[in-house]
Write a protein that binds this ligand. Sequence first.
Ligand code: FE2
Length: 296
Amino acid sequence: MDTKLPLNASEPFSSPNPLTRRKLLKRATTGLFGFSILLAGDAFFLEPNLLTLDRVSIPIHGLSAAFDGFVIAFIADIHYPCYMHAKFVHHAIAIANRHHPDLFVFGGDITDKKGSVTVPNMSGLFDHAEAKEGIIGVLGNHDHWLDAPGVRRELARHTPLRIIENESMIVERGGKALAIGGVGDHWEGIEDPSRAFLHVPPEVPRILVAHNPDLAEELDIPVRIDLQISGHMHGGQIYVPGYGGVLHPSRYGNKFCQGLVQGKSHRVYVTRGLYSSGHARLNCPPAVSLITLRTA
Ligand SMILES: [Fe+2]
């Protein structure tokens, strides 16, 4: 049966529940509010605890085949004990241990003045780190703001972590060598890469641990550095694609926010670190970095 609906051309069709501009605006506002709540929930409650493993392979010029596949477990910006539980640090170390690193490196800002008026007891904090070549690290600006001599003393007395400042260690394999150097903090310490590698033969590849990545842009003396590894930036903490991090305590804005970056004098790999300032991270979870060195 052909049923025709009456249609009056002079009267526009009206839905019993028309979507007016006001309703549309209300729905958009509600949607935006819900989305903001989700983002805030992620930023404040989820991501700061979402520890990730970042793996990167970096070719090093002149690296002997004996060191091809040398793995550095790199963790920075612990800021212990400011909002940082020992459990979280142990978890980060356990993640790295699973990959049997050759060397454990801690990239500074191990401690923090906030939440701690004196140097915290760090016995047991790094005991689980397992690496054939040992556990080394540098200090960062926050270690200085708390008490750098006290932090050095506490680490030396109660932990296996050896601080290297303007000095280096040589790893030897099959008659070949690799130098790992460390420098003092860029803002608060004495940062002297030439002193760090003073006794290293020029043909030996060098990895430099420096808390602040800005050194890669400001080194004004010719020192061979094949790779610098740094923290300090927290990855920018709130990471906007196409823009970069919102937090960037660097003279170069977002340039050294995170990942492998070519500096003016040499390359630098920047890890996102563990701690989250203001306990907020978005699109930028805390990270343990696993750096595999490759022959170039
Ligand atoms: Fe820092």
